[in-house]
Design a protein around this ligand. Structure first.
Ligand SMILES: Nc1ncnc2c1ncn2[C@@H]1O[C@H](COP(=O)(O)OP(=O)(O)OP(=O)(O)O)[C@@H](O)[C@H]1O
Ligand SMILES: [Mg+2]
Length: 251
């Protein structure tokens, strides 16, 4: 296998929506099997970066190379065929359709999906097998998140992009969803997670990348940064806040 097998290499990426540029020269390297947590303030461009990797925005510069092949500029279905799956931010199932029908819908978009892939998903998330005839909208938030992860895992991806899976979930459901992501990663799938729950993300990720104003400004293992430093990076772009950095101005 070549050295760049299953490596995601993003270099000088510029992308956005029409004339609106959101990513301004973003660089990020994700190694095979890594679990990387991408964090940053609201509006930094985290979701835009995941959407761009998955071919959903307009790339105006730089490159995204996956598995030795340039994928920037390709369509989502071509990117998906190359072993990348995406679970977007927010609920993204068909609430009136059953769990089985939601998985059918996902299968339709992945040529070659077999019965064994459905069983693989049910083995990953046994609760989905139990709830297979329930409308997705009747499932709890945590179960719906697992359904959406299951819809992505049907294709047995080698890279999972997942955006804010913990939003709106109870602590117990968050614990479960993170445990499932760790299991997926332990089975060899690289994970690039966007997460606002920085404590939880730093518990599970092997590496953290901080995105601010469309650029990755810091990356390293969670052990190399404190929560205070992370907050400082989010707000000021520096590891340590200067004494005159006013976060909450007094009147
Ligand atoms: N479809 C769109 N069309 C135009 N602008 C958009 C679109 N989606 C996002 N944006 C803008 O892009 C910028 C980055 O948004 P993005 O959703 O990537 O941020 P984020 O880091 O994921 O934030 P959050 O933590 O709030 O989810 C924001 O200013 C947002 O308004
Ligand atoms: Mg987002």
């Amino acid at each position: 296998m070549p050295d760049d097998a299953n490596v995601l290499a993003i270099e000088g990426l510029r992308a956005g929506y029409g004339a609106l540029e959101i990513l301004f020269g973003t660089d990020l390297l994700v190694a095979p099997g890594e679990f990387v947590a991408l964090m940053g303030p609201n509006g930094a461009g985290k979701s835009t970066l995941l959407k761009t990797i998955f071919g959903m925005t307009a790339v105006t510069g730089g490159s995204i190379v996956w598995n030795g092949e340039r994928i920037s500029g390709r369509k989502p279905r071509d990117i998906r065929r190359r072993g990348i799956a995406f679970v977007p931010q927010g609920r993204c199932n068909f609430p009136l359709m059953s769990v089985d029908e939601n998985l059918d819908m996902a299968s339709c978009t992945i040529p070659g999906t077999r019965r064994a892939d459905r069983d693989f998903v049910f083995d990953l998330f046994p609760i989905l097998r139990e709830r297979r005839r329930y409308p997705a909208g009747y499932l709890s938030g945590g179960e719906q998140q697992m359904l959406e992860m299951g819809m992505a895992m049907l294709q047995r991806p080698r890279l999972l992009l997942i955006d804010e899976p913990s939003v709106g979930l109870s602590p117990q459901a968050i614990h479960q969803v993170f445990a499932e992501m760790l299991r997926i990663n332990a089975e060899g799938c690289t994970v690039l997670l966007v997460e606002q729950n920085t404590r939880k993300a730093m518990e599970v990720a092997k590496r953290v990348a901080v995105l601010r104003l469309g650029q990755v400004i810091w990356t390293g293992p969670p052990s190399a940064i404190t929560h205070q430093q992370l907050g400082s990076l989010f707000m000021t772009g520096r590891l340590d806040m200067a004494p005159d950095d006013t976060v909450f101005p007094t009147v």
